[in-house]
Design a binder for this molecule. Structure first.
Ligand SMILES: [Zn+2]
Length: 243
């Protein structure tokens, strides 16, 4: 082929094939991204609850130990009460016993509330774990779907890469960049002129411009309305550059 225009058309056909392959993934990449974030969030809830539960259980263990100690202390003091030598000593021990009992009651009540809290946290944790596990399962399903499509596309992607390489060897950097810039806005960066219209945006192309396009295949013309590169309907493309 003689003109960059012809190679650009071939390149566009190859790029469109690749676009189609990307389209096969549909909204899977977005879904995977969202599901990943959701799973991460649920995981952080689980960790947070586990941490609180650990603290609560630690408190319970310590409280139970404190209760045992208070009980032992009370028993010991009760025995001592019988061995006092005067009222002063008796009153002092009585006050100590009362203090031990009131401490025992205070901690007992606290322990009761904390045990309820523990029970509640165990339920919450169970639910959070279940939600996280479900999210992970959904994420893995999406990822499997993605992998399946990607694996199926492997051979075709390789062909596309090779075809693309073969074509761009015939295009200079400036032309390629010009094409890529248009492709940022329009995936079909280069389109036919058909029935006096741009087939990208369907706006009218003046006959004089169509003649110019036909007579100057070495130049690149763009649609004044959409900016796509235009090429004549009957432009020939060598089959060796078409996938
Ligand atoms: Zn147009």
């Amino acid at each position: 082929m003689k003109y960059p225009l012809q190679y650009l058309v071939a390149l566009s056909l190859v790029d469109r094939r690749q676009d189609d392959l990307e389209d096969e993934f549909g909204d899977l990449p977005q879904k995977i991204k969202e599901k990943k974030e959701h799973y991460k969030e649920l995981e952080s809830y689980v960790k947070e609850t586990q941490k609180v539960l650990e603290e609560v259980r630690d408190f319970i263990v310590k409280s139970k130990k404190a209760l045992e100690e208070l009980k032992a202390r009370e028993e010991k003091l009760s025995k001592q009460q019988f061995m006092v030598r005067n009222n002063k000593e008796f009153d002092a021990i009585t006050r100590e016993i009362e203090f031990a009992r009131s401490e025992f009651n205070r901690i007992s009540q606290e322990l009761q509330l904390t045990s309820l809290k523990e029970e509640n946290l165990v339920n919450v944790l169970e639910q959070q774990k279940q939600e996280a596990a479900e999210a992970l399962k959904e994420l893995q399903e999406y990822e499997r779907d993605y992998e399946l499509i990607a694996t199926n596309q492997n051979d075709e992607l390789k062909e596309i890469k090779e075809a693309r390489q073969k074509i761009i060897e015939h295009l200079d950097k400036h032309t390629l960049e010009f094409y890529q810039r248009i492709r940022n806005t329009h995936k079909d960066a280069i389109v036919k002129v058909k029935r006096n219209s741009c087939t990208g945006c369907f706006s009218h192309i003046p006959p004089q411009k169509i003649i110019e396009i036909r007579n100057n295949l070495d130049k690149l013309y763009t649609c004044e309305n959409c900016g796509r590169i235009l090429y004549p309907e009957d432009l020939e493309i060598d089959s060796e550059y078409i996938l």
